[in-house]
Design a protein around this ligand. Structure first.
Ligand SMILES: [Zn+2]
Length: 338
């Protein structure tokens, strides 16, 4: 078992974890909110180091990353556990396994082997995804360091609920991140649907990532019945523009019923289109609809001349009309890494 990083020892053998923004104070013999970090005799251990519960070769578009090596693949991995409890979680069987079943299953795979498997699969990127990479940070960190030595990029798909210390530690090894908002960051929604009382740290980690020049894309899941406020949506869009810039890609994702939240239908596509138009009229340059395969708003259009630059269908990429990082039609610089 691996000792955890980022925690401090307190009196009476307690510890305070500094990995995610919950900053759990954990008594001896207990685990944190994530249920995968345990205090044994005043030392904090991670229970998920090298415990691979999922590994797949995915298109980067599935993360989603639309502006980071479009059309390439990401070797995608996860361990069990999460620091959130989203009522609609699509991956609840693995994300909530430690909490609900008191199990931490997974195949023992050391970081070196993850990187070797990614190479064998022909992937130049590793995505830490499906569950929350923050809670398997030590494993992700060691894997990311080896990956970089081999010229492989690292990308987190995260709820953003990490500490500045965590972002600072992975700095230099994390190349890109998809940061996932739920219900446009509405604090009431996070409280009642995700068991998260303070959304401030998500914005804080985005600012940290921007400062460290980690490539950012943002997703926002629109959830029927609480996570679909227009007001919260507009607030989020304005925050992105003011703090991260108008060229950060925003993915408006359509919720589908799952896990504990199956009583409400997905939001109408017409409503998502309305949110798309709001985002564009506010000034965001690259806005997408997600989980609506075949929709024209899966494509990338030039923010200046409106020509189609990257064609997509679901996670498939069609033609790419760029000259380097510029629009092939009007020469506008596009926020894309290819
Ligand atoms: Zn153009």
């Amino acid at each position: 078992m691996q000792e955890a990083r980022l925690y401090e020892r307190l009196e009476e053998n307690r510890v305070r974890c500094a990995l995610c923004a919950h900053r759990c104070v954990i008594n001896e013999g207990q685990r944190g909110i994530c249920h995968v970090r345990e205090n044994r005799g005043g030392t904090l251990y991670t229970l998920v180091y090298g415990r691979l519960i999922a590994q797949h070769v995915d298109p980067v578009e599935k993360k989603p990353l639309y502006h980071f090596y479009p059309g390439s693949t990401a070797y995608s991995i996860a361990t069990p556990g999460c620091n959130f409890r989203c009522r609609w979680c699509q991956n609840w069987e693995i994300s909530q396994m430690p909490r609900e079943q008191h199990l931490v299953l997974g195949r023992a795979v050391p970081p070196e082997e993850v990187v070797a498997d990614a190479r064998r699969a022909g992937s130049r990127r590793i995505a830490y995804t499906y569950t929350e990479p923050t809670i398997f940070f030590e494993y992700a960190y060691d894997t990311a360091r080896i990956a970089h030595r081999e010229g492989i990029h690292n990308t987190f798909v995260t709820n953003g609920y990490m500490t500045p210390e965590a972002v600072d530690t992975i700095d230099g090894y994390l190349d890109a991140a998809t940061v996932d908002f739920k219900g446009s960051g509405d604090p009431d929604f996070y409280r009642s649907f995700c068991k998260v009382t303070n959304t401030g740290p998500i914005y804080q980690s985005l600012l940290e990532m921007k400062q460290k020049k980690i490539f950012i894309e943002i997703t926002n899941l629109i959830v029927t019945g609480g996570g679909d406020s227009r007001e919260a949506f507009l607030k989020l869009v304005r925050w992105i523009i003011d703090n991260l810039g108008s060229d950060v890609p925003l993915h408006i994702l359509r919720f589908f019923p799952s896990y504990l939240y199956t009583s409400r239908p997905p939001p109408p596509v017409s409503f998502l289109e309305e949110l798309w138009k709001i985002s564009k009229s506010e000034g965001l340059k690259y806005v997408y609809l997600g989980n609506v395969p075949g929709h024209k708003y899966e494509n990338t259009y030039c923010p200046r001349c409106n020509n189609l630059l990257i064609e997509r269908f679901g996670f498939e990429v069609g033609s790419i009309r760029l000259k380097g990082r510029r629009c092939a039609f009007c020469d506008e610089e596009i926020n894309v890494i290819i």
